[in-house]
Design a protein around this ligand. Structure first.
Ligand code: SAM
Length: 273
């Protein structure tokens, strides 16, 4: 988790995925990967909607929403200037305008009731105090405004056929995310939203399960997410390095393993201010 030291203007603490160019490109591929199944499915945004994405990263999700819903007014904040620089370039390439600002989610640089919709995706899992960020999001929402938050629970990842190495890998990923901030953000989302004062909370639980060609598409994605936490994995793992390597090899081989399947639980929660 990163924090902005307001006095010095410096970023302090560390963020589990880092900010290398390869990671920024991974975020673009990740949003593209989830465009239809998670981002656009069940989302309706009318022209004129003032939308803020908190933790917007390189603008990947803003780009998808801006293209899919012409006429919405885009804004994004991220704590890291390098992400916003990449977001500006990405959104310009798409011909989209957005008000992008460097800020901490706990201190959004907008007056009360500035937005009709707040979006958060793969974001609350990085915060030590997600409820505080949700309260701050609620503050900038207009009365009747809505919020979408999408998060996974890393403790729910399963594969079939299973093995000790695969189980060790999945446990290690959950431990790494927990050490960085949260491993169970998806499952906790509904209660956090209520605690932050939101109403009409829809938990939006989605039990993802993939086999056959879908598995061939998902495995490289899951492997890339796991690999992006690799430095933290090797620091925090109770499993041995050879065991983790074996787990990776088995994960990558799932598409060619007979009758294989892979799944996990995601929440696309919605709530009203
Ligand atoms: C995994 S990325 C997700 C980006 C984007 N939502 C997406 O799906 O592509 C999480 C982002 O949250 C940002 N972030 C982490 N802590 C933050 C904070 N306290 N305030 C604002 N942004 C933060 C990171 O810099 C990073 O760009």
């Amino acid at each position: 988790m990163k924090k902005l030291d307001v006095a010095s203007g410096q970023i302090i603490e560390d963020y589990v995925h880092g900010y290398a160019t390869a990671e920024q490109e991974r975020l673009l591929r990740q949003a593209e990967h989830w465009r239809d199944e998670l981002i656009l499915a069940g989302t309706t945004l009318y022209p004129g909607t003032r939308l803020l994405e908190v933790g917007c990263g390189v603008g990947a999700v803003l780009g998808i929403l801006g293209v899919a819903f012409p006429g919405i007014i885009l804004a994004g904040v991220d704590i890291e200037a390098r992400q916003l620089e990449a977001a500006r370039a990405h959104l310009t390439r798409l011909g989209l305008e957005a008000d992008l600002r460097q800020a901490d989610a706990l201190e959004l640089p907008f007056p009360d009731a500035s937005f009709d919709h707040v979006w958060m995706m793969w974001f609350l899992e990085h915060l030590p105090d997600p409820v505080a960020a949700l309260r701050e999001a609620r503050r900038v929402l207009a009365p009747g405004g809505t919020l979408t938050a999408i998060e996974v629970d890393y403790n729910t990842i399963w594969a079939s056929p299973s093995s000790q190495a695969l189980k060790a890998l999945f446990v290690t990923v959950a431990q790494a995310m927990e050490a960085a901030a949260r491993s169970d953000a998806g499952t906790r989302l509904p209660e956090w939203l209520v605690e932050a004062g939101f109403t009409s909370v829809d938990p939006g639980e989605i039990r993802l399960a993939y086999a056959d060609e879908d598995l061939t598409r998902q495995v490289p994605y899951v492997a890339a997410v796991v690999e992006s936490t690799l430095p933290t994995l090797t620091e925090t793992s109770r499993a041995s390095e050879p065991q983790l390597k074996a787990g990776f090899a088995e994960l990558r081989a799932l598409p060619i393993t007979p009758d294989a399947a892979l799944g996990w639980v995601v929440h696309k929660a919605k709530a009203v201010r």
